[in-house]
Design a protein around this ligand. Structure first.
Ligand SMILES: O=P(O)(O)O[C@H]1O[C@H](CO)[C@@H](O)[C@H]1O
Ligand SMILES: [Mn+2]
Ligand SMILES: [Mn+2]
Length: 391
Protein backbone atom coordinates (compact mmCIF):
# COMPACT_ATOMS: atom_id res chain seq x y z
CA UNK A 1 0.00 0.00 0.00
CA UNK A 2 1.10 3.54 -0.69
CA UNK A 3 0.08 6.98 0.46
CA UNK A 4 -1.40 9.91 -1.47
CA UNK A 5 -0.92 13.62 -0.73
CA UNK A 6 -3.11 16.14 -2.59
CA UNK A 7 -1.93 19.70 -2.02
CA UNK A 8 -4.09 22.61 -3.25
CA UNK A 9 -2.30 25.94 -3.45
CA UNK A 10 -5.39 28.12 -3.37
CA UNK A 11 -5.87 30.34 -6.43
CA UNK A 12 -2.59 29.49 -8.19
CA UNK A 13 -4.09 29.47 -11.68
CA UNK A 14 -2.22 29.28 -14.99
CA UNK A 15 -4.61 30.99 -17.41
CA UNK A 16 -6.27 29.63 -20.52
CA UNK A 17 -9.72 28.66 -19.25
CA UNK A 18 -11.87 28.20 -22.37
CA UNK A 19 -14.91 29.78 -20.66
CA UNK A 20 -13.07 32.71 -19.02
CA UNK A 21 -15.19 35.19 -20.99
CA UNK A 22 -18.27 34.08 -19.02
CA UNK A 23 -16.71 35.09 -15.67
CA UNK A 24 -16.12 38.67 -14.51
CA UNK A 25 -14.33 41.05 -12.20
CA UNK A 26 -16.75 43.96 -12.25
CA UNK A 27 -17.54 44.50 -15.92
CA UNK A 28 -14.21 43.07 -17.15
CA UNK A 29 -14.31 39.44 -18.31
CA UNK A 30 -11.57 37.11 -17.00
CA UNK A 31 -10.35 36.42 -20.55
CA UNK A 32 -6.53 36.51 -20.46
CA UNK A 33 -6.20 36.37 -16.66
CA UNK A 34 -3.17 34.28 -15.69
CA UNK A 35 -2.11 34.29 -12.06
CA UNK A 36 1.37 32.73 -12.23
CA UNK A 37 2.36 34.01 -15.68
CA UNK A 38 1.45 37.60 -14.85
CA UNK A 39 3.42 37.46 -11.59
CA UNK A 40 6.44 36.00 -13.46
CA UNK A 41 6.13 38.71 -16.12
CA UNK A 42 5.92 41.46 -13.46
CA UNK A 43 8.95 40.49 -11.40
CA UNK A 44 11.64 37.79 -11.19
CA UNK A 45 10.09 34.60 -9.81
CA UNK A 46 12.28 31.73 -8.60
CA UNK A 47 10.33 28.50 -8.21
CA UNK A 48 12.95 25.85 -8.95
CA UNK A 49 11.09 22.95 -7.31
CA UNK A 50 7.68 23.46 -8.92
CA UNK A 51 9.27 24.45 -12.21
CA UNK A 52 11.26 21.18 -12.22
CA UNK A 53 7.97 19.35 -11.64
CA UNK A 54 6.61 21.12 -14.73
CA UNK A 55 5.00 24.42 -13.65
CA UNK A 56 6.40 26.54 -16.49
CA UNK A 57 5.59 23.83 -19.02
CA UNK A 58 2.04 23.56 -17.63
CA UNK A 59 1.51 27.32 -17.99
CA UNK A 60 2.67 27.27 -21.61
CA UNK A 61 0.38 24.30 -22.25
CA UNK A 62 -2.60 25.95 -20.52
CA UNK A 63 -2.36 29.36 -22.10
CA UNK A 64 0.70 29.76 -24.32
CA UNK A 65 1.82 32.60 -22.03
CA UNK A 66 5.42 33.73 -21.63
CA UNK A 67 6.88 32.38 -18.41
CA UNK A 68 10.11 34.26 -17.69
CA UNK A 69 12.31 32.30 -15.29
CA UNK A 70 10.10 29.20 -15.46
CA UNK A 71 11.81 27.27 -18.23
CA UNK A 72 13.04 23.98 -16.74
CA UNK A 73 12.86 20.64 -18.54
CA UNK A 74 10.38 18.88 -16.27
CA UNK A 75 11.41 15.86 -14.20
CA UNK A 76 7.90 15.43 -12.81
CA UNK A 77 4.59 14.72 -14.51
CA UNK A 78 2.72 17.88 -15.42
CA UNK A 79 -0.57 18.84 -16.93
CA UNK A 80 -3.11 21.67 -17.18
CA UNK A 81 -6.57 20.96 -15.79
CA UNK A 82 -9.83 22.59 -16.93
CA UNK A 83 -12.86 23.07 -14.66
CA UNK A 84 -16.44 22.53 -15.84
CA UNK A 85 -18.39 23.62 -12.72
CA UNK A 86 -20.26 26.90 -13.20
CA UNK A 87 -18.32 28.66 -10.41
CA UNK A 88 -14.78 30.00 -9.95
CA UNK A 89 -14.83 29.60 -6.17
CA UNK A 90 -13.18 27.36 -3.60
CA UNK A 91 -15.97 24.78 -3.08
CA UNK A 92 -16.53 24.38 -6.84
CA UNK A 93 -12.82 23.84 -7.47
CA UNK A 94 -12.21 21.49 -4.56
CA UNK A 95 -15.33 19.42 -5.11
CA UNK A 96 -14.47 18.94 -8.76
CA UNK A 97 -10.86 18.01 -7.93
CA UNK A 98 -12.40 15.51 -5.48
CA UNK A 99 -14.53 14.00 -8.27
CA UNK A 100 -17.81 15.93 -7.96
CA UNK A 101 -18.45 18.74 -10.47
CA UNK A 102 -21.13 21.12 -9.22
CA UNK A 103 -24.44 20.02 -10.80
CA UNK A 104 -26.41 23.22 -10.12
CA UNK A 105 -26.15 26.94 -10.75
CA UNK A 106 -25.05 28.80 -7.64
CA UNK A 107 -27.05 31.76 -6.35
CA UNK A 108 -25.07 35.01 -6.31
CA UNK A 109 -26.08 38.17 -4.48
CA UNK A 110 -26.42 41.19 -6.78
CA UNK A 111 -23.79 43.93 -6.79
CA UNK A 112 -26.29 46.45 -5.42
CA UNK A 113 -26.84 48.05 -2.06
CA UNK A 114 -28.56 46.38 -0.34
CA UNK A 115 -27.11 43.15 -1.70
CA UNK A 116 -29.20 40.87 0.53
CA UNK A 117 -32.98 40.42 0.37
CA UNK A 118 -34.80 42.04 3.30
CA UNK A 119 -36.03 38.74 4.72
CA UNK A 120 -32.44 37.44 4.88
CA UNK A 121 -31.24 40.62 6.59
CA UNK A 122 -34.09 40.30 9.09
CA UNK A 123 -33.07 36.70 9.79
CA UNK A 124 -29.43 37.73 10.39
CA UNK A 125 -30.61 40.43 12.82
CA UNK A 126 -32.84 37.96 14.63
CA UNK A 127 -30.05 35.38 14.98
CA UNK A 128 -27.52 38.04 15.99
CA UNK A 129 -29.91 39.82 18.35
CA UNK A 130 -29.21 43.18 16.71
CA UNK A 131 -31.33 45.96 15.25
CA UNK A 132 -29.45 45.95 11.94
CA UNK A 133 -26.39 44.94 9.95
CA UNK A 134 -23.51 46.93 8.46
CA UNK A 135 -22.19 46.56 4.93
CA UNK A 136 -24.90 44.71 3.00
CA UNK A 137 -22.89 45.01 -0.23
CA UNK A 138 -20.11 43.51 -2.37
CA UNK A 139 -16.74 44.27 -0.80
CA UNK A 140 -13.15 43.30 -0.22
CA UNK A 141 -12.99 41.80 3.29
CA UNK A 142 -10.17 43.97 4.59
CA UNK A 143 -11.58 47.19 3.13
CA UNK A 144 -15.02 46.65 4.63
CA UNK A 145 -13.55 46.04 8.09
CA UNK A 146 -11.57 49.28 7.82
CA UNK A 147 -14.75 51.09 6.76
CA UNK A 148 -17.10 49.75 9.42
CA UNK A 149 -15.10 48.41 12.40
CA UNK A 150 -15.54 51.48 14.57
CA UNK A 151 -19.30 51.56 13.99
CA UNK A 152 -19.45 47.79 14.50
CA UNK A 153 -17.74 48.11 17.88
CA UNK A 154 -20.04 50.97 18.87
CA UNK A 155 -23.37 49.43 17.76
CA UNK A 156 -22.61 45.70 17.98
CA UNK A 157 -24.07 45.21 14.48
CA UNK A 158 -22.32 42.52 12.40
CA UNK A 159 -20.59 43.48 9.13
CA UNK A 160 -22.20 41.39 6.39
CA UNK A 161 -20.88 41.35 2.82
CA UNK A 162 -20.51 39.24 -0.32
CA UNK A 163 -18.41 39.05 -3.50
CA UNK A 164 -18.55 37.65 -7.02
CA UNK A 165 -18.57 34.23 -5.32
CA UNK A 166 -21.69 32.52 -4.06
CA UNK A 167 -20.97 33.49 -0.49
CA UNK A 168 -22.25 35.42 2.53
CA UNK A 169 -19.48 36.64 4.83
CA UNK A 170 -19.84 38.05 8.35
CA UNK A 171 -17.00 40.02 9.90
CA UNK A 172 -17.09 40.72 13.63
CA UNK A 173 -14.62 41.68 16.34
CA UNK A 174 -13.39 38.67 18.33
CA UNK A 175 -13.60 40.49 21.64
CA UNK A 176 -16.32 43.14 21.40
CA UNK A 177 -18.75 40.92 19.44
CA UNK A 178 -17.24 37.59 20.56
CA UNK A 179 -15.74 34.78 18.50
CA UNK A 180 -18.12 32.09 19.76
CA UNK A 181 -21.09 34.35 19.10
CA UNK A 182 -19.92 34.96 15.53
CA UNK A 183 -19.36 31.25 14.87
CA UNK A 184 -22.79 30.37 16.32
CA UNK A 185 -24.42 33.06 14.17
CA UNK A 186 -22.78 31.72 11.00
CA UNK A 187 -23.53 28.10 11.87
CA UNK A 188 -27.22 28.83 12.54
CA UNK A 189 -27.58 31.02 9.45
CA UNK A 190 -25.85 28.54 7.11
CA UNK A 191 -28.77 26.10 6.50
CA UNK A 192 -31.04 29.00 5.44
CA UNK A 193 -28.39 30.36 3.07
CA UNK A 194 -27.58 26.90 1.69
CA UNK A 195 -31.30 26.44 0.94
CA UNK A 196 -30.95 29.42 -1.43
CA UNK A 197 -28.06 27.55 -3.20
CA UNK A 198 -25.54 30.00 -1.82
CA UNK A 199 -22.37 27.96 -1.34
CA UNK A 200 -20.96 29.25 1.92
CA UNK A 201 -21.34 31.35 5.00
CA UNK A 202 -17.90 32.49 6.16
CA UNK A 203 -17.11 33.81 9.62
CA UNK A 204 -14.45 36.52 9.38
CA UNK A 205 -13.28 37.36 12.90
CA UNK A 206 -10.87 40.24 13.43
CA UNK A 207 -9.06 42.01 16.24
CA UNK A 208 -7.60 45.47 16.77
CA UNK A 209 -8.62 49.04 17.61
CA UNK A 210 -8.45 52.59 16.26
CA UNK A 211 -8.06 51.98 12.55
CA UNK A 212 -5.59 49.07 12.90
CA UNK A 213 -7.53 45.87 12.39
CA UNK A 214 -6.36 42.40 11.40
CA UNK A 215 -8.30 39.30 10.53
CA UNK A 216 -7.40 36.23 12.59
CA UNK A 217 -6.88 32.59 11.55
CA UNK A 218 -10.19 31.74 13.29
CA UNK A 219 -12.00 32.17 9.96
CA UNK A 220 -14.52 29.38 9.48
CA UNK A 221 -16.37 28.36 6.33
CA UNK A 222 -19.80 26.72 6.55
CA UNK A 223 -20.21 25.12 3.13
CA UNK A 224 -23.20 23.44 1.55
CA UNK A 225 -22.81 19.64 1.50
CA UNK A 226 -21.48 17.97 -1.64
CA UNK A 227 -24.24 16.45 -3.80
CA UNK A 228 -22.41 13.11 -4.18
CA UNK A 229 -19.60 11.13 -2.51
CA UNK A 230 -16.09 12.52 -3.06
CA UNK A 231 -12.67 10.90 -3.11
CA UNK A 232 -12.59 11.54 0.67
CA UNK A 233 -15.75 9.46 1.13
CA UNK A 234 -14.37 6.78 -1.19
CA UNK A 235 -11.08 6.57 0.73
CA UNK A 236 -12.84 6.44 4.08
CA UNK A 237 -15.31 3.81 2.83
CA UNK A 238 -12.34 1.69 1.77
CA UNK A 239 -11.04 1.85 5.33
CA UNK A 240 -8.32 4.39 4.64
CA UNK A 241 -7.44 7.20 7.01
CA UNK A 242 -8.22 10.67 5.57
CA UNK A 243 -6.21 13.60 6.94
CA UNK A 244 -7.33 17.18 6.23
CA UNK A 245 -4.92 20.10 6.46
CA UNK A 246 -6.29 23.68 6.47
CA UNK A 247 -9.85 24.43 5.41
CA UNK A 248 -10.47 21.10 3.65
CA UNK A 249 -12.67 19.98 6.58
CA UNK A 250 -14.89 23.04 6.14
CA UNK A 251 -15.09 22.75 2.34
CA UNK A 252 -16.32 19.15 2.60
CA UNK A 253 -18.50 19.69 5.70
CA UNK A 254 -16.23 17.11 7.40
CA UNK A 255 -17.64 14.33 5.21
CA UNK A 256 -15.15 11.54 4.56
CA UNK A 257 -12.55 13.18 6.80
CA UNK A 258 -11.03 11.57 9.89
CA UNK A 259 -9.01 14.42 11.33
CA UNK A 260 -8.30 18.10 10.65
CA UNK A 261 -5.22 20.19 11.35
CA UNK A 262 -5.58 23.98 11.02
CA UNK A 263 -3.59 27.22 11.32
CA UNK A 264 -1.90 29.81 9.13
CA UNK A 265 0.03 28.59 6.09
CA UNK A 266 3.32 28.29 7.95
CA UNK A 267 1.63 26.17 10.62
CA UNK A 268 -0.08 24.12 7.91
CA UNK A 269 3.28 23.40 6.29
CA UNK A 270 4.42 22.02 9.66
CA UNK A 271 1.32 19.80 9.73
CA UNK A 272 1.92 18.56 6.20
CA UNK A 273 5.55 17.88 7.03
CA UNK A 274 4.53 15.88 10.12
CA UNK A 275 2.09 13.87 8.00
CA UNK A 276 4.86 13.05 5.51
CA UNK A 277 6.64 11.47 8.47
CA UNK A 278 3.66 9.85 10.19
CA UNK A 279 0.67 9.31 7.85
CA UNK A 280 -0.35 5.67 7.74
CA UNK A 281 0.28 3.37 4.78
CA UNK A 282 -2.68 3.63 2.42
CA UNK A 283 -3.81 6.98 3.84
CA UNK A 284 -4.98 10.08 1.96
CA UNK A 285 -3.82 13.55 3.00
CA UNK A 286 -5.71 16.51 1.46
CA UNK A 287 -4.23 19.96 2.16
CA UNK A 288 -5.22 23.53 1.26
CA UNK A 289 -2.90 26.51 1.57
CA UNK A 290 -5.24 29.52 1.48
CA UNK A 291 -2.96 32.52 1.95
CA UNK A 292 -2.04 32.80 -1.76
CA UNK A 293 -5.70 33.69 -2.21
CA UNK A 294 -6.73 35.43 0.99
CA UNK A 295 -3.61 37.51 1.71
CA UNK A 296 -2.30 38.20 -1.80
CA UNK A 297 -4.71 37.35 -4.67
CA UNK A 298 -7.79 39.18 -3.34
CA UNK A 299 -5.53 42.01 -2.19
CA UNK A 300 -4.00 42.30 -5.70
CA UNK A 301 -0.53 42.14 -4.10
CA UNK A 302 1.92 40.91 -6.76
CA UNK A 303 5.13 41.03 -4.63
CA UNK A 304 3.32 39.39 -1.72
CA UNK A 305 1.99 36.61 -3.95
CA UNK A 306 5.46 36.09 -5.47
CA UNK A 307 7.04 35.87 -2.02
CA UNK A 308 4.49 33.30 -0.86
CA UNK A 309 5.05 31.19 -3.98
CA UNK A 310 8.81 31.27 -3.34
CA UNK A 311 8.31 30.34 0.33
CA UNK A 312 6.04 27.42 -0.64
CA UNK A 313 8.45 26.24 -3.32
CA UNK A 314 11.39 26.14 -0.89
CA UNK A 315 9.30 24.23 1.67
CA UNK A 316 8.12 21.78 -0.99
CA UNK A 317 11.76 21.19 -1.91
CA UNK A 318 12.45 20.09 1.67
CA UNK A 319 9.36 17.87 1.75
CA UNK A 320 9.64 15.88 -1.48
CA UNK A 321 12.89 14.01 -0.66
CA UNK A 322 11.30 12.80 2.59
CA UNK A 323 8.39 11.03 0.86
CA UNK A 324 8.52 7.24 0.99
CA UNK A 325 9.01 5.01 -2.04
CA UNK A 326 5.63 4.54 -3.69
CA UNK A 327 4.08 7.75 -2.30
CA UNK A 328 2.25 10.05 -4.69
CA UNK A 329 2.13 13.82 -4.19
CA UNK A 330 0.07 16.15 -6.41
CA UNK A 331 0.29 19.95 -6.30
CA UNK A 332 -2.68 21.68 -7.90
CA UNK A 333 -5.06 24.65 -7.47
CA UNK A 334 -8.79 25.34 -7.31
CA UNK A 335 -9.17 28.52 -9.46
CA UNK A 336 -7.18 31.65 -10.27
CA UNK A 337 -6.85 34.98 -8.50
CA UNK A 338 -4.61 37.05 -10.76
CA UNK A 339 -3.10 39.82 -8.62
CA UNK A 340 -2.51 41.95 -11.73
CA UNK A 341 -6.21 41.86 -12.70
CA UNK A 342 -9.05 44.38 -12.32
CA UNK A 343 -11.21 44.07 -9.19
CA UNK A 344 -10.63 41.84 -6.15
CA UNK A 345 -12.40 38.63 -7.17
CA UNK A 346 -11.15 35.23 -8.32
CA UNK A 347 -10.28 34.74 -11.99
CA UNK A 348 -11.48 31.81 -14.13
CA UNK A 349 -8.33 29.90 -15.15
CA UNK A 350 -6.93 26.47 -15.78
CA UNK A 351 -4.81 25.05 -12.95
CA UNK A 352 -1.50 23.17 -12.88
CA UNK A 353 -1.41 19.48 -11.95
CA UNK A 354 2.13 18.62 -10.88
CA UNK A 355 2.69 14.99 -9.92
CA UNK A 356 5.70 13.77 -7.95
CA UNK A 357 6.38 10.06 -7.77
CA UNK A 358 5.55 8.80 -11.28
CA UNK A 359 8.53 10.04 -13.29
CA UNK A 360 8.69 12.69 -16.02
CA UNK A 361 5.86 12.99 -18.53
CA UNK A 362 3.36 15.41 -19.98
CA UNK A 363 -0.19 14.64 -18.92
CA UNK A 364 -1.51 17.13 -21.44
CA UNK A 365 -4.85 18.87 -21.01
CA UNK A 366 -6.82 17.04 -18.36
CA UNK A 367 -9.98 17.53 -16.28
CA UNK A 368 -10.25 18.51 -12.60
CA UNK A 369 -12.01 15.17 -11.91
CA UNK A 370 -8.97 13.29 -13.25
CA UNK A 371 -7.18 14.29 -10.05
CA UNK A 372 -9.67 12.29 -7.94
CA UNK A 373 -9.48 9.32 -10.31
CA UNK A 374 -5.68 9.41 -10.08
CA UNK A 375 -5.70 9.44 -6.27
CA UNK A 376 -8.15 6.51 -6.22
CA UNK A 377 -6.04 4.58 -8.73
CA UNK A 378 -2.88 5.18 -6.73
CA UNK A 379 -4.51 4.13 -3.45
CA UNK A 380 -6.10 1.10 -5.14
CA UNK A 381 -9.62 1.92 -3.95
CA UNK A 382 -12.98 1.88 -5.76
CA UNK A 383 -13.95 5.35 -7.02
CA UNK A 384 -17.58 6.27 -7.60
CA UNK A 385 -17.08 9.54 -9.49
CA UNK A 386 -16.09 10.45 -13.06
CA UNK A 387 -12.54 11.04 -14.28
CA UNK A 388 -9.62 9.19 -15.77
CA UNK A 389 -6.45 8.29 -13.87
CA UNK A 390 -3.24 9.73 -15.30
CA UNK A 391 -1.15 6.84 -13.90
O1 LIG B 1 -12.21 39.80 0.43
P1 LIG B 1 -12.26 38.61 1.32
O2 LIG B 1 -13.00 38.81 2.60
O3 LIG B 1 -10.87 38.02 1.58
O4 LIG B 1 -13.17 37.53 0.64
C1 LIG B 1 -12.80 36.74 -0.41
O5 LIG B 1 -12.75 35.44 0.10
C2 LIG B 1 -13.91 34.74 -0.24
C3 LIG B 1 -13.62 33.29 -0.27
O6 LIG B 1 -12.60 32.98 -1.21
C4 LIG B 1 -14.32 35.33 -1.57
O7 LIG B 1 -15.66 35.21 -1.75
C5 LIG B 1 -13.87 36.76 -1.48
O8 LIG B 1 -14.95 37.54 -1.09
MN1 LIG C 1 -9.93 28.98 -3.31
MN1 LIG D 1 -10.86 33.53 -2.37
Amino acid sequence: MTRAFLVVIDSVGIGGAPDADAFFNGSRPDTGANTVAHIAQAQPLKLPVMDALGLGAAIRLASGADTPGLDADPTGAWGAATEVSPGKDTPSGHWELAGVPVPWDWTYFPDTQPAFPDNLTALICKLAGTEGILGNCHASGTAIIDAHAAEHMRTGWPIVYTSADSVLQIAAHEESFGLDRLLTLCRDLAPHVHAMKVGRVIARPFVGTDGAYTRTPNRKDYAIATPAPTICDDAQAAGRRVHAVGKIGDIFSMRGIDEVRKGDDRTLMGHLSDLVDTAEEGSFTFANFVEFDSLYGHRRDIPGYAGHLEWFDAELGRLLPRLRDGDLLIVTADHGNDPSWTGTDHTRERVPVLVYGIGAKSLGQIAFVDVAATVADHLGIPHTGPGKSVL
